[in-house]
Design a protein around this ligand. Sequence first.
Ligand code: HEM
Length: 417
Amino acid sequence: MSEETVTSRRKVLGWTGAGVVVAATAAGGAVAAVRSGDDVQPAGAAGAAVAFHGANQAGITTPVQDRLHFASFDVKTEDREELVALLKEWTDAARKMTQGRPVGEGAVGGLAEAPPDDTGEALGLPSSRLTLTIGFGPSLFTTKDGGDRFGLKAHRPEALVDLPKFPGDALDPNRSGGDLCIQACADDPQVAVHAIRNLARIGFGKVAMRWSQLGFGKTSSTTPEEQTPRNLMGFKDGTHNVAGSDRAAQDKHVWVSAKDGPSWMAGGSYLVARRIRMHIETWDRTPLREQEEIFGRTKGEGAPIGRQREHDAPDFKAMLPDAHVRLAHPDNSGVTILRRGYSFTDGTDGLGRLDAGLFFIAYQRDVRDGFVPLQMRLAKLDSLNEYIQHVGSAVYAVPPGVRDEDDWWGRELFQNH
Ligand code: HEM
């Protein structure tokens, strides 16, 4: 992008310096202003930019985008200052990319003798509602033998527990864990992949990608007023979820409050990611009635069994005792989490079966009364278990949002401790 173009866009949008395009809303994640070419478009239009700055990180209660690239990294440097410098550099790059701008001098704006700052494949593409959300895994705080790698051991949140082994887990260590994660969500897969690739490039030598996952279709929504997406089992998924507009429910179930402790996590959340493989071929040979009984909802409308419409209140007595929705519903489980998962299909498994399923992502205020008890209940009782297997797992503390131009990911943790 030429300086002239940048300047004219700044004029149109009222940018200041390298500044923010939009004002963050109170929730910190809502879609706000937007650019596409040189025109300001209404929020929510294709290519709209999501505010990067705010009290909470974007990508949690933000209306769910269509595509995902989720990456987990191991930190290779042993130097805390080098890690802090990387977090600052990452923040700067994320700030730019989420607003549809290239990293550094861009793909073609730098010295011809040096590799470009930006890898270039998002040149000319709008921001596509890209959000980048960072999380810190348990292993960032302590090593396996209890060591204190970065002086953070005393600041590990109690809520950042190592997940217990759940019945039926078949976890692949190469698809699990990690010191840091970045969740990239966008409406264009190229934009999401570009973002992760550029962050990995910036981190070269300091971090190494441990595993990553592409997701091609959202399986949950945080916008109940919109059509509910379907998962690969063909069912509407996300009918009953924490809505992006429901601040009261978010404060109760998603955001860590100042009282919860530790103070650096106030405004943050906890992320659980599970790669859940579906036995698609077996599912496809299962009769419709049985499929509906397994979930406790109809396949077409998505209505609770015994009811007519998708958003009708469930009649639990009409469902089988081991129906997924009956077990998972907050009235019966006592648990509320925000689900934000994606479908994946990673080719075949060498045995002629699709390696496909749900990359489950959940956000909650405390894992100990969120995912852990709920998954324990589902792993023991859910009739869906015959058709799925959890093969990857990770948990992260997601720090609060980046407040302004001078702020950076993890500042509350690293600067004060
Ligand atoms: C491949 C695995 C899974 C599939 C295919 C699946 C599918 C579904 C479907 C179709 C619904 C009904 C629509 C809705 O209300 O959103 C649902 C609801 C739900 N699921 Fe899952 N799910 C899976 C795994 C999980 C896991 C691992 C958890 C949590 C540990 C979970 C928690 C929930 C919750 C909380 C609800 C909402 C229940 C309600 O309030 O009515 N699901 N799921």
